[in-house]
Design a protein around this ligand. Structure first.
Ligand SMILES: Cc1cc2nc3c(=O)[nH]c(=O)nc-3n(C[C@H](O)[C@H](O)[C@H](O)COP(=O)(O)OP(=O)(O)OC[C@H]3O[C@@H](n4cnc5c(N)ncnc54)[C@H](O)[C@@H]3O)c2cc1C
Length: 345
């Protein structure tokens, strides 16, 4: 079988490697980080698989995201026992003084009404109380998207590492790629040749993409034993958009800022204050939560905020997964595999 060298073992690199080993290719993975490291954007991501509630921000890739969401079902099945695909849905809420934001959000959805699955269910107070009683203390109505899902990206990354190693993938960790070209990958000490090379280095491949930039994002993980939420929650607000993603055992990821800066330094005081006070405004139980982790990274972004592929003989590249890379990875991996027939000639 042809040999494939993948540069970048982030979410896209690992999902692609998993696709290719299952199809019988001989795969080698290279990353400047360790298998359980935290350099890639994936280690900061909240893991939301939410095409519908992201429609306002990602209109251009909505259909791609729907396709990706259905591919997640089979990806999760292939990782059964190691990964949970949470199908808990997403509630969108706004405080009474911000109901204009909720109306505006709904208007955007109406605009896309032809895309039938973008429809939300309107919950009145009784329905909201029934679905998520703790939120009914502070909100009178909500929009409900039962089709939205999420994963824990750390769990997915560890699961993929386990499966790939079991399948015999040659894994070069702490091996930065210094030069990448058709058929060839170079680390500081070796040159490797393959039937095809795939570049999935995200921010690390900046020089290969015109107009590429990183967009800073910050999230906070808390342990909140007084909070019992079992679905995603989005708070609409005139100045920022906040989401809460449940993790097992009363852990919650609160995110995320979006700042036009390629700065991955630790979270700012302002961002931490805004994220935490917004979470507290959703549920008073967050007051006594314990802060478990503060994470920052940059989203790999192209000018049109959509992912793109570059295809030539012996070399494929994919990048620009922006704020939807966890969701989009199975779809982009599929598209890369489709291009292999040409690239391998
Ligand atoms: C705050 C935040 C929240 C997010 N939330 C979500 C979300 O809820 N849902 C969602 O779908 N997406 C989310 N994202 C977006 C998602 O994380 C990214 O789109 C995704 O991680 C991009 O995947 P990637 O594989 O292209 O890049 P990465 O995940 O960044 O992986 C790139 C890999 O390449 C390696 N690398 C870089 N340079 C080199 C080199 N020279 N040699 C070898 N290896 C190298 C890195 O170490 C890394 O492992 C979020 C992002 C941020 C920052």
């Amino acid at each position: 079988m042809p040999s494939i060298g993948i540069a970048g073992a982030g979410i896209l690199g690992r999902v692609l490697a998993w696709r290719l080993v299952q199809a019988g290719f001989k795969v080698s993975l290279f990353d400047s980080d360790s298998k359980h490291g935290n350099q890639g954007a994936v280690w900061t991501a909240a893991g939301m698989l939410t095409p519908h509630t992201e429609l306002e921000a990602s209109n251009a890739v909505f259909e791609l995201e729907l396709s990706a969401l259905s591919r997640w079902t089979s990806l999760a099945e292939s990782l059964t026992g190691l990964v949970t695909l949470n199908r808990g849905g997403c509630l969108v809420v706004a405080h009474p003084q911000d109901t204009a934001s909720l109306a505006q959000f709904n208007q955007v959805l109406q605009h896309h009404a032809a895309r039938a699955s973008a429809q939300a269910e309107h919950l009145d107070y009784a329905a909201l109380k029934d679905l998520q009683p703790e939120l009914a203390e502070r909100f009178r109505k909500a929009l409900w998207f039962p089709q939205e899902q999420w994963v824990n990206p750390h769990e997915v990354m560890h699961a993929l590492a386990t499966k790939l190693l079991e399948a015999g993938v040659e894994w070069h960790e702490s091996s930065p790629i210094t030069t990448l070209s058709a058929y060839t990958l170079q680390t500081p000490h070796h040159t490797y040749t393959f039937d095809c090379v795939v570049d999935t280095r995200g921010l690390g491949a900046k020089e290969a993409w015109q107009g590429f930039r990183g967009v800073r994002g910050e999230v906070i993980e808390v342990f909140a034993p007084e909070v019992e939420l079992n679905c995603l929650v989005r708070l609409l607000h005139p100045r920022y958009a906040l989401y809460i993603v449940p993790r097992p055992h009363h852990h919650y990821v609160i995110g995320a800022t979006q700042i036009e800066s390629e700065d991955s330094s630790p979270i700012s005081v302002r961002s931490a204050l805004e994220l935490l006070s917004a979470a507290y405004s959703i549920h008073s139980g967050f007051a006594e939560a314990r802060i478990v982790a503060l994470r920052t990274n940059c989203r790999p972004t192209l000018p049109d905020h959509a992912p793109h592929l570059q295809v030539e003989r012996g070399l494929l590249r994919a990048n620009g997964l922006y704020r939807h890379g966890i969701l989009l990875s199975p779809e982009i991996a599929y598209q890369l595999e489709q291009q292999l027939e040409y690239a391998l000639c």
